[in-house]
Every structure is written in structure tokens, then in C-alpha cells.
Design a protein around this ligand. Structure first.
Ligand SMILES: [Zn+2]
Length: 277
């Protein structure tokens, strides 16, 4: 059995502020350790359930530019990683499909947050707080969970486990169905505050969730979106539209909306995804 884990930091237990997850933040090193240990917990559960290969993709853009750029999708603490894990770092968001193409049994999304605009979603946003207001697939509003589920689903791989705050778990179940294993490690009281379970407890819950998810994998269907596919991006500021006007084959709906169409999800997604910040 092969498992692909996507890791994000906003939904990690104990994390509640950008300072814990953005490069240069006073608490960033703490956030990295909390994050890495939740990834290890998911991996332990997967190996316990019989996985022989587990790859984690760091999907958290901690450093946007300048001297922090090295921390973009590079927040895992390498020396803390479970020795059985392979890791993919510093690779653009939603761009890693190698394992999905080779053949993979399940995708886990660990430490994920709810989509932009979710009132009780801790650090909620969709891909980038500064760039995207919303993303829709064939008219259905989705967050990062939906995008990765659609990408994995294209390759016939189900998302089998989601961990994060209770808002992210709710979003995942609404989209992917009640059979999805969703492990909530904190309950958002606002976008910047939460009631958490302790990290040690969060890790044992995630380990258990991962083991159960693979044990009941047959219940989970890949998330297949109807083809052809339209992915719609709502952009935040007018000046950010310039780059989309330069990409061919996009439909611009003035003032701030971009439609990308494709025969399937990857075609529609990749026309814009390489340009995501
Ligand atoms: Zn993130």
C-alpha cells in the first residue's frame, strides 16, 4: 500500500497565529516541530496499517519572498521525520503528482484549514490570503481540501483522512461524505483563537485515524469531478489580474474572476496553478 500525505500547518494542534507558521515569526520554530510530529503520527498509523511507502508533501507556503523564500513549502524539520518517510519539499502548491501517477492507494491531508471566509476556521483561507477570495470547481465552492481531492480523484485515489480544526473536518465531510475519517485537533473560537487538545493527544488521535482510514479504505471513493471541468478563481485585487490576462485560454470575467476550462481537472487546474504564489 502506498500513501501520499499532504501536510499543512494552519490546522495543526496548538497553532493559532501566523507567527507560528510564517518564516521569521517568533514562534515559527515551535510551529515546525508541532507540524512535523503530526505528520509523523499520520505516517506511523499508515505504516501500522500496512503501508510500505509513504511520501509527505510539504504544502505550506511559509515564506513568500526575499530571504524567506527558502521556507516556501519547506517547513518540516528534516531530522525529526520518521525515518521511513520520504518528503517532497519546496515544490509549488498542488503541483506534486508523481506518486499519484505511479499508483497510490490513499491521500491524507494533515493539518489543513478551512476555506476562505469560514467564520470559525482557524487561519482559514484558500491557497493564499493575499491572492484568492474563492475557488470553485464546476460551480462548487471549494477550499484546499476540495482541490487536492479533485486532483487525487483524477488519478483514482481517494482522500481517506483529513486532520485539522473542526471547521476543516466539517468542510471535508460535507464535500467527501460522512465516511471520511476526519480528526479534529482543535475547535476554532474565531479565525485566530481555538480550544485545542494537547499535542500528545492530537498525535495519538491522528495515528489512530490514519490506521482506521486505511483499514476501511474500501468505503472511500475517489472524488471525481464531472468533465469537462471549469475551475473558477476569484481574485482579490485588480492589479493581480494582469498575469491572468497574459495566460492563453482563460476566460476573464471582469472585474476579478478567472475561469479556466479543461477536458479534465488537471488541465483546468494546471493552466493557472503554476502561477499561484
Ligand atoms: Zn498553509
Amino acid at each position: 500500500m502506498r500513501v501520499l500525505i499532504l501536510g499543512d500547518m494552519e490546522g495543526v494542534g496548538g497553532v493559532v497565529h501566523w507567527d507560528q507558521i510564517m518564516a521569521g515569526g517568533a514562534l515559527y520554530q515551535e510551529g515546525r516541530r508541532l507540524y512535523t510530529e503530526e505528520i509523523n503520527a499520520a505516517a506511523r498509523g499508515a505504516f501500522m496499517a500496512g503501508a510500505e511507502r509513504v511520501v509527505v508533501v510539504d504544502s505550506h507556503g511559509a515564506g513568500a519572498a526575499g530571504n524567506m523564500a527558502g521556507q516556501a513549502f519547506n517547513s518540516l524539520v528534516p531530522e525529526l521525520l520518521d525515518e521511513r518517510l520520504e518528503s517532497v519539499t519546496h515544490h509549488g502548491w498542488g503541483n506534486y503528482t508523481e506518486l499519484l501517477e505511479e499508483g497510490c492507494d490513499a491521500v491524507f491531508f494533515v493539518g489543513i484549514h478551512a476555506m476562505d471566509g469560514t467564520e470559525d476556521g482557524v487561519l482559514s483561507h484558500t491557497i493564499s490570503t493575499r491572492h484568492f477570495k474563492a475557488v470553485h470547481i464546476n460551480g462548487t465552492r471549494v477550499g484546499e481540501i476540495g482541490i487536492i481531492a479533485a486532483l487525487s480523484g483524477h488519478f483514482g485515489v481517494p482522500m481517506a483522512l483529513v486532520t485539522g480544526d473542526s471547521a476543516a473536518c466539517r468542510e471535508a465531510r460535507e464535500l467527501l461524505g460522512p465516511d471520511l475519517r476526519a480528526v479534529s485537533v482543535k475547535h476554532g473560537l474565531s479565525r485566530y483563537s481555538a480550544r485545542h487538545v494537547a499535542p500528545a493527544r492530537a498525535r495519538s488521535m491522528i495515528e489512530e485515524g490514519a490506521r482506521e482510514a486505511l483499514g476501511s479504505l474500501t468505503q472511500m471513493r475517489p472524488y471525481k469531478v464531472e468533465c469537462p471541468v471549469t475551475v473558477t478563481f476569484d481574485i482579490i485585487r485588480p492589479d493581480q489580474m494582469a498575469k491572468y490576462r497574459r495566460i492563453g485560454d482563460l476566460e476573464i470575467e471582469e472585474p476579478l474572476r478567472v475561469h479556466s476550462r479543461g477536458a479534465d481537472f488537471p488541465e483546468a487546474w494546471y493552466r493557472v496553478a503554476p502561477y499561484t504564489p
